[in-house]
Design a protein around this ligand. Structure first.
Ligand SMILES: C[S@@+](CC[C@H](N)C(=O)[O-])C[C@H]1O[C@@H](n2cnc3c(N)ncnc32)[C@H](O)[C@@H]1O
Length: 204
């Protein structure tokens, strides 16, 4: 269930770079939440994409809450260390790899650079608690997690994300996940290319 790898969904990362990052400039604190982040490749890919698009000066204001139910209690250390074996890094272009990874201590291991690692803050959290860990998020990403929930749970979790988003904040999920019909009025779909939504200006 914790299957993941770097740059797993380039389409949604491109949509975030195009539609979300331009709306983030000017904020002194930019909160992002990656729910069900597994052992880190997804929030790190997100952070690298945002840093590339917004520039390193503005990126210092980005704070990514990376959360997972983490049943074995092992993700925090992995994410904090930011060290991954080369076979999990194969999708990364040579340019991005050279910029954001340095050799780790072990053979065939590479570490994410500090400027990216400092933006990621891991917490154990159960999405089905329906309690958000904070609010005012500019972007919430939840991918390849909702499909494991019952339809009613899915609706409740997305409703919780909606409450946790700042006005005009964005929600991204995987391509195969349609927005439940009863929540469609709460979000505006940004593209037919993938599942990126913007919080609509309506009363919930
Ligand atoms: C298939 S992985 C997806 C990882 C990443 N989002 C991606 O798309 O590459 C699913 C993750 O959801 C987490 N998960 C499952 N149920 C959860 C829950 N109730 N609350 C938070 N995380 C959960 C699992 O621990 C696992 O790490």
């Amino acid at each position: 269930m914790a299957f993941t790898f770097f740059f797993r969904d380039q389409t949604v990362l491109d949509l975030i770079a195009t539609h979300v990052v331009p709306t983030l400039s000017g904020y002194s604190r930019i909160r992002i939440w990656d729910g069900g982040c597994a052992m880190g490749p997804e929030p790190y890919s997100l952070a690298i994409t945002i840093a590339e698009k917004m520039g390193h000066f503005a990126f210092r204001n980005v704070h990514i809450d990376a959360t997972d139910i983490d049943e074995q209690g092992v993700f925090e250390k992995i994410i904090e260390n930011g060290v991954y074996p080369i076979d999990q890094l194969e999708r990364i272009t040579p340019e991005i790899f050279g910029k954001y990874f340095t050799p780790g201590e072990g053979k065939g291991e590479f570490r994410v650079v500090d400027s990216i690692r400092q933006a990621i803050h891991f917490k154990r959290h159960d999405l089905l608690s329906l309690k958000s860990i904070a609010d005012g998020y500019r972007l919430i990403v939840c991918k390849n997690v909702l499909l494991h929930f019952h339809p009613a749970e899915r609706v409740n979790v997305i409703r919780m994300f909606h409450s946790a988003l700042a006005p005009g904040g964005f929600f991204a999920t995987e391509r195969t996940q349609e927005m439940p019909r009863e929540l469609a009025h709460l979000f505006e779909k940004m593209s037919e290319e993938g599942q990126l939504y913007r919080k609509a200006e309506t009363l919930s």
